[in-house]
Write a new protein. Structure first.
Length: 502
């Protein structure tokens, strides 16, 4: 069984589906089912690899490639990787089904605008390439391999925004391309300073994290790698591209960009930067903690002030990325494990919320302004219930796993702040009160403005099941994660502890 290349198959199956999507005889329904099924198979392969091999630590796929002076290109799974890769595969599988009814509406809008855009085959080809590149990114064991996968996420997502987005979509797509490409290049420049001296693998062919390999490299290498991944993460100060790209991307793509793509910056900040520079990272953790708290508060304040539903959700994602960075900055087993669990929680919850935004857009001809909504819960009970579950995910309310990830991140932050002294503890506690309060405020004020109060939308009705059905699957996965939290949390804490403890 150990000879089965589960991880490479988890990429090759959706790759085959993407290529088959270019066949001229496939209709939109067949394209949706083909690509959704391929990504569901990817999720099952990842689950099998994790259950059979990765639950106790790092397992490397038996198919590996020696790249000479660049090290070994391999794919690995462990409890950290599983939380990220599985949530990407599951989310993209569900949103592939959601894409069919939503993009039907979007193609009609584009035709009405007189805009030319590639059709269904190109959409699903780019969509599935984007999905599998994200999965490959987090499973990488080598810096150059990681960079290649990271750049592979950029081209299809750029084209999806440019072809199918809203507003000044070409300009926004170019801005997205430039910002995220510069972030990747900054990371690469720093990584090369380490790689040429010490090697490019951060996980050995034997499955061991090469902890401390970068210590002694120039200080700018660490700073550039952190900065580059922070651009991907959209931390405060390097976040400017995100509200535009995520608000104006076609909504199914927003549902992948916001929870899946940007969170990879946090996941790989630990798996690469911390692993290579554990002492430097720990010394920098107070500054990273302050940056994380500022990001949480800024994102929450900006979300609270928005009237465009998708833009509100984009700023919410900035705030949520602050929580991921806070868990990493704690440099504690529970805090870092909480970051990886919160990635999964945010993936399911935010994909549901962007999906709900798309339901409203498709049902009410582009309606995004929350001040023009109200009272929709009575007419749209399924959509309202899904929105509530989505907000419960990101605010940490049971029965969603958000309560566990929030507890773990806060536990790590408190543990770290206590070690820094009473002033840090008081400051972190105060900032967390503000940040958590803002998250709760924008979530449930938005819920009230859209779904309760006087009915303001003429002809209000429940959306077709093809739109909300895939979102129900994601919400169910989020609730299931709450119920089976222990098999997700305990192995992750143990593997993180083994990395932090050396």
């Amino acid at each position: 069984m150990s000879g089965v290349p589960y991880l490479w198959l988890s990429l090759l199956v959706p790759l085959a589906a993407a290529v088959l999507s270019l066949l001229p005889r496939l209709g939109k329904r067949a394209l949706a089912l083909l690509n959704s099924l391929s990504l569901a198979v990817s999720a099952l392969l990842l689950l099998a690899a994790y259950a059979l091999h990765g639950i106790k630590g790092v397992w490397l796929d038996p198919l590996r490639f020696s790249m000479g002076g660049l090290g070994t290109f391999a794919l690995a799974i462990d409890p950290m990787v599983f939380l990220v890769a599985f949530s990407i595969a599951a989310t993209t599988a569900a949103i592939a089904l959601y894409s069919e009814p939503y993009m039907e509406h979007r193609f009609e809008e584009l035709a009405h605008e007189g805009a030319r855009a590639p059709g269904w085959r190109a959409y699903y080809f780019l969509y599935t390439l984007f999905a599998l590149a994200m999965i490959g990114t987090v499973m990488s064991t080598n810096i150059i391999e990681f960079y290649v996968f990271l750049e592979l996420t950029l081209i299809p997502s750029f084209l999806l925004i440019a072809f199918y987005g809203y507003g000044d979509r070409v300009r926004i797509a170019i801005m997205y391309l430039l910002w995220t490409h510069v972030g990747a290049l900054l990371f690469l420049i720093g990584a090369l300073a380490v790689g040429f001296q010490r090697g490019f693998d951060f996980i050995s062919p034997q499955g061991a994290f090469l902890r401390g390999l970068g210590e002694g490299a120039p200080a700018y290498a660490f700073a550039l790698m952190i900065l580059g991944l922070s651009v991907k993460l959209a931390a405060l100060g390097v976040h400017m591209w995100l509200p535009y790209a995520h608000a104006e991307a076609p909504t199914p793509v927003s549902a992948l960009l916001s929870p899946n793509l940007i969170g990879l910056g946090a996941a790989m900040m630990f798996r690469i930067v911390y692993v290579l520079f554990p002492s430097t990272f720990t010394a920098a953790s107070p500054a990273l903690m302050a940056w994380a708290l500022a990001t949480i508060i800024y994102g929450g304040l900006m979300a609270l002030s928005q009237t465009d539903f998708k833009r509100l959700l984009a700023y919410s994602s900035i705030s949520q990325m602050g929580y991921l960075l806070l868990g990493l900055a704690s440099v504690s087993a529970y805090g870092v494990a909480g970051t990886f669990l919160h990635y999964l929680v945010h993936a399911f919850g935010k994909a549901v919320l962007f999906g709900v935004a798309g339901v409203l857009i498709a049902t009410y001809h582009g309606l995004r302004d929350v001040t023009r909504m109200g009272g929709l819960a009575e007419k749209m009970p399924y959509t309202a219930s899904l929105a509530l579950l989505g907000f419960m995910h990101i605010t940490g309310i049971p029965p969603t796993a958000g309560i566990w990830s929030e507890y773990m991140i806060l536990r790590g932050a408190v543990e770290r702040s206590l070690s820094l002294g009473p002033g840090w503890y008081i400051g972190v506690a105060a900032a967390l009160l503000v940040g958590v309060g803002l998250s709760t405020a924008y979530a449930f004020l938005t819920m009230r403005r859209i779904f309760y109060g006087p009915l303001r939308v003429e002809g209000a009705r429940e959306a077709q099941a093809r739109l909300w059905g895939p979102l129900l699957l994601l919400a169910a996965l989020g609730v299931a994660s709450f119920v089976i939290a222990s098999p997700l949390i305990d192995p992750t804490v143990e593997v993180v502890r083994s990395v932090i403890g050396g």
